[in-house]
Write a protein that binds this ligand. Structure first.
Ligand code: ADP
Ligand code: ZN
Length: 216
């Protein structure tokens, strides 16, 4: 089973993709997290991705596609995966379709989380992320119980360097120009499920579960 989460930066893809992955027992593959981990470890991949991420533009597709297909071929992904932050442009979407097709597989659903631009800006500007488990919280909307510490795992909270005003603006621009066209691409394949992304985490999760076809 392959499910893609699509939406602007700050739409809540990571949170919702993580919850659904846990529930379905699938791996949660977040390309942004993979790049940040690579950077933290100082690998070649991380160093290559660094300048693009800081600017808020896409890492070249060749690098990204290679990384994702390699991750998908790992043994823990034989049952499928939940993809978050990939594909992010048409080239990546086509490469993914082709790679899955070659293995007799296909994408099952695309969950598109829609949030107004005003709400996105508010969320990103107050966002703090756990260094250990990547869980986000918000300085005013969902503050941690202990300042600077993750409610879920006690890890250290930090602000992503690309959550500054200039990079956020750029990321939204890139999203509209390169990623938003994927909404059409997946609508044509009848795979798209549109979810209203405003409201609490649990509320949005409930909408997603209700909208996904299947046993739930
Ligand atoms: P957000 O969705 O909040 O912008 P991500 O963590 O998904 O954050 O991505 C952070 C950065 O990582 C992006 O701005 C981009 O530079 C890089 N990145 C992540 N996914 C991709 C991708 N599929 N293709 C190219 N670059 C990517
Ligand atoms: Zn944590």
């Amino acid at each position: 089973m392959y499910i893609i989460f699509l939406g602007a930066p700050g739409a809540g893809k990571g949170t919702q993709a993580g919850e659904l992955a846990r529930e379905l027992g699938l791996e949660h593959i977040a390309t942004g997290d993979l790049f940040r981990q690579a950077l933290e470890r100082g690998t070649d991949l991380g160093l290559k991705a660094k300048s693009y991420m800081e600017k808020g533009v896409l890492v070249p597709s060749q690098i990204t596609i290679g990384m994702v297909l390699e991750r998908l071929s790992a043994p823990d992904c034989t049952k499928g995966a939940i993809l978050d932050g990939f594909p992010r442009n048409l080239e990546q979407a086509e490469a993914l379709d082709k790679a899955l097709r070659e293995q007799g597989k296909a994408i099952d659903n695309v969950v598109y989380i829609k949030v107004s631009e005003e709400e996105l800006l508010k969320r990103l500007s107050g966002r703090w992320i756990c260094r250990r488990c990547q869980a986000p919280c918000h300085a005013t909307d969902s503050p941690p119980r202990v300042w600077g510490k993750c409610d879920k795992c006690g890890g250290e909270l930090y602000q992503r360097p690309d959550d500054n005003e200039v990079s956020v603006k750029k990321r939204l621009e890139v999203y509209l120009a390169e990623t938003a066209p994927l909404i059409d691409y997946y609508t044509q394949g009848s795979k798209l499920i549109e979810i209203a992304g405003e409201g609490g985490v649990a509320e949005v999760a409930k909408r997603i579960k209700a909208a996904l076809p299947g046993e739930r």
